[in-house]
Design a protein. Structure first.
Length: 158
């Protein structure tokens, strides 16, 4: 296995950013060992959010859309680097809203809430300003539907 920190150093990225693997991916070391980089999961993804990341391993790019948790990537994975278990969540990730969020700057915006199907984003009223969005971690699935529509790219999934 390649030392990711060394690779990052030579690419000018001393601290590699954490890649978000497809849903139901095995733990990172096991995923890297099993994944053959065949790209079958990329082709199977109906929303097109799976892309070749560092080392051409599949990663999720929420700027392209959301994960519907359909499981097509798991079904297409022949080396079994993605394994779906009925009682297991797809991944532990949740949406997070950054300081660049327009309501935090005093500008009215509720775009993220409009795109959240599970209604995990609620807006808390405040005096003298726009209501602030808050993520309910119990409801948030980490699907990323709120990421791409954000006009200032203030939302991330981590």
């Amino acid at each position: 296995m390649v030392d990711l920190s060394r690779r990052g150093f030579f690419r000018g990225r001393p601290r590699p950013r954490a890649e978000i693997r497809p849903p139901w991916a095995l733990p990172e070391a096991e995923f890297i060992d099993r994944c053959t980089r065949c790209n079958d999961c990329l082709k199977a993804c109906p929303t097109g959010i799976l892309v070749g990341g560092d080392g051409s391993y599949p990663t999720v790019d929420f700027s392209l859309g959301e994960c519907t948790f359909c499981g097509d990537c798991v079904t297409s994975c022949q080396p079994k680097a993605l394994l779906r278990h009925p009682e297991q969540a797809a991944w532990p990730y949740k949406a997070a809203i950054g300081e660049d969020c327009l309501p935090r700057q005093g500008v009215e915006c509720r775009v993220c809430g409009d795109f959240c199907e599970v209604r995990a984003i609620r807006f808390t009223p405040r005096l003298g300003g726009s209501p602030l969005p808050e993520i309910d971690p119990e409801k948030c699935t980490g699907c990323g539907a709120c990421v791409a529509p954000c006009p200032v790219i203030a939302i991330s999934v981590r």
